[in-house]
Design a protein around this ligand. Structure first.
Ligand code: NAD
Ligand code: 0WE
Length: 257
């Protein structure tokens, strides 16, 4: 059993109970970590607070990761409340809906900018803010969520695929910078999961079906399995791993046909 007692984890990206971030928060909490959960805006506040009540000791804070002032304020508050943190989970992505409907050729300048700002730059911004708080001798662990569309073309994933490729490169550059601070940076590449971010994507049901048929394990993954890998990456079982992309996709990505 992994023991996270005495460790503090901050999780970005809880929108509801289906969020991958929520599955991760639950696993970290079950292992004994102190949880700080952030939600994007007032609209998501009530939902987030209802969930947080399920995790004794967990605290919720609002933070829009596209806003530097909100990031600064959040980490100032974390510093005064907890002094240090050990784990940072970035489970945030957004592209304007139209960008995931049209052909990639018609990606707009504004859609490209927003997708990269919210889904990629935000990892740099929150990691930079977290470094001064990741001072424990046990070191720190930063992780983000990515998808196979970064490496291979997935129809209609479009600008998000380009943003995830940039996110995976960002993981490597951050890992190289802050390895000297004993902080590790990794990405989990999850197979498709029916979350809020996946709802409304036309053909998502068919995609899940075909994914399960082709994957070596002959099934889709559950968000709790992403939570297990996140717990491993947060823990001392993974102290030799940084800059890596770990697939949690029932093996789908290894297949050529
Ligand atoms: P989700 O909708 O539950 O989570 C996305 C989160 O991003 C939400 O909580 C939303 O509030 C947050 N967010 C968006 N813009 C934000 C901003 N400006 N500031 C702060 N937060 C913001 O969906 P999810 O599927 O759990 O997505 C989480 C991560 O997992 C994303 O990075 C996504 O790309 C990745 N992922 C999802 C799948 C999948 O099939 N669902 C597969 C692989 C990777
Ligand atoms: O990363 C994602 C989804 C990210 C996402 C989803 C939305 C839907 C609502 C980003 N921005 C938005 N913007 C919205 O307005 N996934 C890995 C899930 C996903 O999304 C797809 C997929 C898969 C898989 C879109 C097209 C094709 C496949």
């Amino acid at each position: 059993m992994i023991n996270m007692q005495g460790r503090t984890a901050i999780v970005f990206g809880v929108a509801n109970k289906r969020s991958i971030a929520w599955a991760i928060a639950q696993k970290l909490h079950a292992a004994g970590a102190k949880l700080v959960i952030t939600y994007q805006n007032e609209r998501l506040e009530q939902e987030a607070k209802d969930l947080i009540t399920d995790l004794p000791g967990a605290e919720g804070f609002r933070c829009d990761v596209s806003n530097d002032a909100e990031i600064e304020q959040l980490f100032a508050e974390l510093k005064s409340r907890f002094g240090k943190i050990h784990t940072l989970v970035h489970s945030v992505a957004y592209a304007p809906a139209d960008e995931l409907k049209n052909d990639f050729l018609f990606t707009t300048r504004e859609g490209f900018r927003i997708a990269h700002d919210v889904s990629v730059y935000s990892l740099i911004a929150v990691t930079r803010a977290a470094v001064p708080l990741m001072t424990d001798e046990a070191g720190g662990s930063v992780m983000t969520l990515t998808y196979h569309g970064a490496e291979r073309v997935v129809p209609r994933y479009n600008v998000m695929g380009v943003a995830k490729a940039a996110l995976e490169a960002t993981v490597r550059y951050l890992a190289a910078d802050i390895g000297k601070n004993k902080i590790r940076v990794n990405a989990i590449s999850a197979g498709p999961v029916k979350t809020l971010a996946a709802r409304g994507i036309s053909g998502f049901g068919d995609m899940l079906k075909s994914h399960a048929e082709r994957a070596p394990l002959k099934r889709n993954i559950d968000a709790s399995e992403v939570g297990d890998t996140a717990l491993f990456l947060a823990s001392d079982l993974s102290t030799g791993i940084t800059g890596e992309v770990i697939y949690v996709d029932a093996g789908y990505n290894i297949m050529g046909f």
